[in-house]
Design a binder for this molecule. Structure first.
Ligand SMILES: [Zn+2]
Length: 293
């Protein structure tokens, strides 16, 4: 079967927990809902994996059995642009996450690169780039295979504009492109209004990283509220006053024949993931009809 766009939640949907499900049940429950991706949240982790190896492996087996593509969101406590001790601790946290991601067989470790802080922007970014190269080298020496996925960020004081992320992808071999579209919208103070706004980014990605990187990008999506500093809060797809509109992204996914992994980060997680999936299905169907007629 040809590669297709996959959809799934960021973390375990509250309803699953309410029903008494364990983490191991999640892939099967997602599959029953028609979803086929899952982002495991290691966002509170410190410098050691906070899951047992055998449990990580069991989760990995369940995702394979149910054909659910697995990714991991790394610790929030990472700043690769900080002072020396902060950077060192951040490296340990990234390695801890990467270790467990490998146990699970997750294909990408998504993470937030850092903050400019008091540094000049260029300097902060270069520190991130150099540190990330060191992390990559250490991962290689440890035999860790999960791809590093620095994410586009929603606040203006965070490292992670689209250009910065593309540069990290260009400069560090084997990294995965991760675009959080809600973040780009918020960082740009409502930048994604028309399909053309998404198209411009897709073209830039294709130009800088190539067609395959464009087609197989890892995405986060949520409706998002922002203030003059960027991201403020995630909202559900039903709250229509908050953008961006997934339909516009769906048009671009169809036009560029992309097959991204689409992780839903709205408060409605799996429910909104299914809505996005239905929207893309409609768009693909409509475009196929047009071609036939
Ligand atoms: Zn994130």
């Amino acid at each position: 079967m040809a590669e297709h766009t996959r959809f799934g939640p960021a973390g375990v949907p509250p309803m699953f927990r309410f029903m008494g499900a364990t983490t191991f049940d999640v892939p099967k429950l997602l599959r029953e809902e028609g979803l086929d991706a899952f982002e495991y949240e290691a966002v509170q982790w410190g410098q050691k994996p906070q899951i047992k190896r055998e449990h990580a492996q069991k989760l990995g087996e369940e995702t394979k059995k149910n054909d659910v593509k697995l990714s991991m969101h790394g610790s929030y406590y990472i700043n690769l642009a900080g002072k020396k001790d902060v950077v060192e601790a951040s490296k340990r946290r990234l390695i801890a996450c990467a270790t467990a991601a490998d146990w699970m067989g997750a294909y990408v470790l998504v993470f937030h690169t850092g903050f400019y802080g008091l540094f000049e922007k260029d300097f902060a970014f270069k520190t991130c780039l150099e540190t990330l190269k060191e992390v990559k080298a250490e991962m290689q020496s440890l035999g860790l295979r999960v791809k590093l996925g620095p994410e586009t960020m929603g606040r203006k004081f965070q490292v992670g504009s689209i250009d910065e992320i593309l540069t990290l992808n260009e400069q560090i071999e084997g990294t995965q492109l991760v675009i959080d579209w809600g973040h780009l919208h918020a960082r740009g103070l409502g930048a994604l209004k028309k399909a053309e706004d998404f198209r411009v980014i897709a073209e830039k990605v294709e130009q800088r990283l190539g067609t395959e990187a464009l087609k197989s990008m890892h995405c986060h999506f949520s409706a998002i509220e922002f203030n003059n500093q960027g991201e403020k809060e995630h909202h559900t797809l039903d709250e229509k006053r908050y953008g961006p509109d997934f339909l516009l992204l769906a048009e671009v996914i169809a036009d560029f024949q992309m097959h991204p992994t689409m992780i839903c980060e709205t408060p409605n997680l799996d429910v909104d993931a299914r809505k996005m999936q239905a929207t893309l299905k409609e768009v693909l169907y409509r475009k196929a009809q047009k071609v036939e007629s």
